[in-house]
Design a protein around this ligand. Sequence first.
Ligand SMILES: [Zn+2]
Ligand SMILES: [Zn+2]
Length: 446
Amino acid sequence: MVHIMKGELTQEEKELLEVIRKGTVQEAGTLLANKNVRVNCLDENGMTPLMHAAYKGKLDMCKLLLRHGADVNCHQHEHGYTALMFAALSGYKDIVWVMLEAGAETDVVNSVGRTAAQMAAFVGQHDCVTVINNFFPRERLDYYTKPQGLDKESKLPPKLAGPLHKIITTTNLHPVKIVMLVNENPLLAEAAALSKCYKVMDLICEKCMKQRDMNEVLAMKTHYISCIFQKCINFLKDGENKLDTLIKSLLKGRATDGFPTYQEKIVRESIRKFPYCEATLLQQLVRSIAPVEIGSDPTAFSVLNQAITGQVGFIDVEFCTTCGEKGASKRCSVCKMVIYCDQTCQKIHWFTHKKICKNLKDIYEKQQLKAAKEKRKEENDGKLDVNSNCINEEQPEAETDPSQEDADQEDSSPKDPVEGDEESHKSDAGLEGVQDGPAGPQASEE
Ligand SMILES: [Zn+2]
Ligand SMILES: [Zn+2]
């Protein structure tokens, strides 16, 4: 490779750096086609165009530069910063992700010995830390598909690497979702295969804890996945696939309020069984969960999920009651209190939800009345939503707030549950999309 000197930029390269700061991707593309522009040129501080783009948070620029062969691991910066470090320091997690996918090494250190994750943690960019810690390149798993040392056989059959990698890199760690991912793949849904998988998860967990730059997040994640796999194995034992039974057990709500106690216990148990009791993350989790009575908030899953993926239950994001998938938007048309990805998730949940659906409906109606009263009171007081910028407008109706939309339909079109055969996986209740108009329940039966 041609040695590139710091600060010796051609006129066009200077222009490129300027365009990265202020211009468009098209302009940058034109410049990159110019033979006087080297994609890995270095400014006087040893920064490449990619580092500049990462630092400025220009995602599309980063992608363009990478397509043009930008070196994601260039390490010529005066303080040893890489493009990944610039992205992480500035808090651009999308760019962090793109860098990682482009092969950015996470264990490179800057001139004072800090990795990108450590630098991001130091400046409080925790989302970026999470993205880096959760990143798990396929190669790291492929390592286990080859016999190592004196082993005759590999620890992981190559055909399992793909499906297993999909599970490790999932951002939805809901136990039901993991069992679903296992269940949907015939290669995985088998006791012998899962045994191999959970042992590999345990090995990765151990490695994460013993490496110099410890990664407790990935260690906890792989340990947790291992525990769920072991549960699956128990339900696959007699050569029969009973993962549907496991899913039902995980969803079954207790009589009083429908809270899924078994699921809570499974998640708590898996955290407790984490083999490295000195881990800070473990202690944090235990401190958050131990004082919580089963059935109260926060659930063990929400605490674990937040610690691993950094996701907080944002108010404007809805999670599927069955599988925890983000962005679920279909509501039970009877109680309007639970939300699902789709009818499949609703059907899976119905066996237990049907027992409390009517109660939830009452609660929902009371909430609506209360909210309506409060709204009237607020309007009378002339009080304004503090979060609203629309000072002169009527209280804006948030589109994502389903209660507002449903309130209008409530009296005019009561939704009768669709008739159905209760015990055959079919659901009585219809589904409605939050964004849908005042349509009746969607017939959920075929
Ligand atoms: Zn779902
Ligand atoms: Zn319901």
